[in-house]
Ligand binder design. Structure first.
Ligand code: ATP
Ligand code: MG
Ligand code: FE
Length: 332
C-alpha cells in the first residue's frame, strides 16, 4: 500500500509517503516563530501549521515521486499533543480522505515514536523495552507487539526534554535548548559538577528536583562569580547531560533485568542526545543486550514514524471514520 502520513502534534508540520513499509519521503517544516518566546506558543503553532501543511504534503509526494492518485490510505497523528496543532493535521487528513474516498488511519504519537524503529532494516524483536524521552513524555515502555505496549514507568513531573530545555533557559541559552546542551557537552567534563539523583520508587522518574538543584547551584555560584556560567558553560552542560542520562539509564537497566528483556531501544526527541545514545550503547554492550537507536531524523517529531505505524495498522485494516476528532491527551 501507498500511505500518506501527516504529523502536526506540536511545532513540526511533517508529511511522509510510505510504500509497502518503505519510507520514500519525510518532509519536516520546523517553526522558528517560537524562538522569540522561549517555548512553543500554541496559537501561533496552529496558524503556522495551516500555512505549512499543503506545501509539506506536495513536497512529500514529489520527493517520493508518487501522485495523489496512487495513495491508498491517509494516516495522521490523533494525539497526544496541542489541540489546535493536531486539529490542522486531522482536518487535512479527513478532507483529503473524504475527497478521494480513502480509508483513514489514526496514530498515537507516542506509539509512533516507538514504531520508528521499524523504519530501519535492523528491527527490534518483541518483546523489547523502549525508553521514550521527548519534550512532553518520559516513559519506560514494555513493547509486546506493534500495538500492544505497556507503560511500566513514567515521569511524575517534568519530562526529560523539559529538564533539558528548562536547564538551558537557566543557563541563558535560546529555545529549544536540548540540542545546545548536547553541543556544549561534547567539549566539557561530565564529572565537573555532581547533581543529585532523585530517589523515586519503582520505574518512575522525577526531574523537578534536579531542575531546582541546578537553579540553586547556578544562583550560588553566580553570586560568587558573575561570569561563572560563561566561563564553565561546557562543563555545566556536560555534567547536567550526564546526570539526566544516568537517571534514565539506571532505571531502564533495572527494568530490563526485572522483566528479563534482552533488547533495549530509545525513542523520542531526547534520543537525539549524544550522551544518552553513547550511554545506552555502553549499557547494552556490558550486558550483551541488543541496542536500537533511531536515525536522527526519526527521533524528533516526523511523519515517517506516523507512516510506518499507519502501514502496520493498514495491514490489519484498522481504519477510523470521518467522525474522528483529535485528542490532546491520549493513552495507549
Ligand atoms: P512529545 O513527543 O512528548 O509530544 P515533543 O513532540 O515536543 O513531545 P520531541 O519532538 O519528540 O518532543 O522532542 C523534543 C525534545 O527533544 C525537546 O525537549 C528538545 O530539547 C529535545 N532534544 C532534541 N535534540 C536533543 C539533543 N541532541 N539533546 C538533548 N535534547 C534534545
Ligand atoms: Mg518540536
Ligand atoms: Fe514527539
Amino acid at each position: 500500500p501507498v500511505i500518506l502520513a501527516i504529523e502536526s502534534s506540536c511545532d513540526e508540520t511533517s508529511a511522509s509517503v510510505c510504500v509497502n513499509g518503505q519510507i520514500l519521503s519525510n518532509v519536516i517544516a520546523n517553526q522558528t516563530i517560537h524562538e522569540a518566546y522561549g517555548g512553543v506558543v500554541p496559537e501561533l503553532a496552529s496558524r503556522v501549521h495551516q500555512q505549512n501543511i499543503v506545501p509539506a504534503v506536495q513536497q512529500a509526494l514529489s520527493n517520493a515521486k508518487v501522485s495523489k492518485n496512487d495513495i491508498d490510505a491517509v494516516a495522521f497523528t490523533r494525539g497526544p499533543g496541542l489541540l489546535g496543532s493536531l486539529l490542522v493535521g486531522v482536518s487535512f487528513a479527513k478532507a483529503f480522505a473524504l475527497a478521494r474516498n480513502l480509508p483513514l488511519i489514526e496514530v498515537n504519537h507516542m506509539q509512533a515514536h516507538i514504531l520508528a524503529h521499524f523504519i530501519a532494516d535492523k528491527k527490534p524483536s518483541f518483546p523489547f523495552m523502549c525508553l521514550t524521552v521527548s519534550g512532553g513524555h518520559t516513559q519506560i515502555v514494555l513493547v509486546k507487539d506493534y500495538f500492544d505496549m505497556e507503560i511500566i514507568g513514567q515521569t511524575m513531573d517534568d519530562a526529560a526534554g523539559e529538564a533539558m530545555d528548562k536547564t538551558s533557559k537557566i543557563l541563558g541559552l535560546p529555545y529549544p535548548g536540548g540540542p545546545l546542551i548536547d553541543k556544549n557537552a561534547r567539549n566539557g567534563n561530565p564529572d565537573a559538577y555532581k547533581f543529585p539523583e532523585p530517589q523515586i520508587p519503582g520505574f518512575d522518574f522525577s526531574f523537578s528536583g534536579l531542575k531546582t538543584s541546578i537553579l540553586y547551584f547556578i544562583r550560588d555560584n553566580v553570586g560568587k562569580n558573575p561570569n561563572f556560567v560563561q566561563e564553565n558553560m561546557n562543563d555545566i552542560c556536560a555534567s547536567v547531560e550526564k546526570r539526566i542520562a544516568t537517571i534514565l539509564l539506571n532505571k531502564l537497566k533495572r527494568a530490563a533485568l526485572q522483566y528479563n528483556i534482552k533488547e533495549l531501544a530509545l525513542a523520542g526527541g531526547v534520543s537525539a542526545n549524544t550522551g544518552l545514545r553513547l550511554g545506552l550503547q555502553q549499557l547494552c554492550a556490558e550486558n550483551g543486550w541488543g541496542c536500537f537507536i533511531p536515525k536522527f531524523e526519526y527521533c524528533t517529531d516526523n511523519a515517517a514514524m506516523i507512516a510506518i505505524a499507519g502501514y502496520y495498522k493498514y495491514l490489519k485494516k484498522d481504519f477510523v471514520g470521518q467522525d474522528v476528532a483529535p485528542m490532546a491527551r491520549m493513552i495507549f
